[in-house]
Design a protein around this ligand. Structure first.
Ligand code: NDP
Length: 290
């Protein structure tokens, strides 16, 4: 019988800890979020982040820009936030409209305010094991593994997906030389031949590919830990909206083979928000950049 890793339970506990710490600070941390355009999923994510801020006493500012906003205007907004001493950290919700270079935008965010941990300097620090803002989703996953005392040391972890914001930083974190990592890591991607030969050897599988229900039971070893990062909108007759969110793992098939597994929704997604707030707290306390 598997244990369901509850992002809800762990995130509630950590939110409470953040709230208590924020209450001790003279100046409340201040997070800003820039949202460009009307993408419904992005709007939902940003709203959840703002709501979470309210809950723990972090001040938040939402900067909403129209879809047609030029790259120059967005860069100007970013420079303003870089210079605004009241803002401790900020995020630019991705994806951005196609006419804007995400890389250029990320590189313009001041590393000290980059609480998403996407700036090359912060990723570089992560690789070199220096204090930094760890990208929110991988950081959330590490916290889930820790909360459930899941042994990682000496285990084989297979990460599926190598994006800059999830798969790559995740693979780096799991390979680190500390008791909460020390895995042997295999990083798989769309060009990996015979993916199953790797996943079948894995003690821990972290699926971050963005392909609904791609990971099936015959790809997973008995007793494996499965972390599902995927958030995929699929058509559904069960909901009023006509769609529902599912992960990259075929939960119903895979769960009976696992020792631990995360659900979607209710797993990794909630932890991503908590990690963002933790990074904002670090920014406010000037713990990474003084
Ligand atoms: P990207 O699209 O940027 O990256 C997907 C990665 O998966 C790529 O590296 C790609 O390989 C790889 N991939 C795609 N198809 C396959 C395949 N058939 N076999 C093996 N690898 C494959 O996605 P993100 O990393 O941004 O997001 C991944 C998923 O996680 C999405 O569903 C997203 O919605 C979700 N997500 C969830 C978050 C949360 O809070 N829970 C936060 C962020 C993302 P290649 O590099 O070769 O193209």
């Amino acid at each position: 019988m598997y244990t369901l890793i509850s992002g809800k339970e762990v995130s509630e506990k950590i939110l409470e800890e953040i709230k208590q710490e924020v209450a001790t600070l003279k100046k409340k941390p201040h997070l800003a979020a820039i949202l460009v355009g009307e993408d419904p999923a992005s709007q939902t994510y940003v709203n959840s982040k703002i709501k979470a801020c309210e809950r723990v006493g972090i001040t938040s500012t939402l900067v909403k820009l129209r879809d047609e906003t030029t790259e120059d205007i967005l860069l100007q907004k970013i420079e303003e936030l870089n210079l605004n001493a009241d803002i401790d950290g900020y995020i630019v919700q991705l994806p951005l409209p196609k006419h804007i270079s995400e890389q250029k935008i990320i590189e313009t965010i001041h590393p000290a305010k980059d609480v998403d941990g996407f700036h090359p300097i912060n990723i570089g620090k992560l690789v070199l094991n220096l204090p930094t803002y760890i990208s929110a989703t991988p950081y959330g996953i590490v916290q889930l593994l820790q909360h459930y005392n899941i042994v990682t040391q000496g285990k084989h972890c297979v990460v599926i997906g190598r994006s800059n914001i999830v798969g790559t930083p995740m693979s780096i974190l799991m390979g680190k030389n500390n008791a909460h990592a020390n895995c042997t890591v295999t990083l798989c991607h769309s060009k990996t031949e015979n993916l199953s030969q790797y996943t079948l050897q894995a003690d821990i599988v972290i699926a971050a590919m963005g392909k609904a229900h791609f990971v099936k039971a015959d790809m997973i070893k008995e007793g494996a830990v499965v972390i599902d990062v995927g958030i995929n909108r699929v058509p559904s007759t069960e909901t009023k909206s006509g769609f529902k969110l599912v992960g990259d793992v075929d939960f119903i098939q895979v769960a009976p083979k696992c020792s631990y597994i995360t659900p979607v929704p209710g797993g990794v997604g909630l932890m991503t928000i908590v990690s963002l707030l933790k990074n904002t707290l670090l920014a406010a306390k000037k713990e990474i950049y003084s």
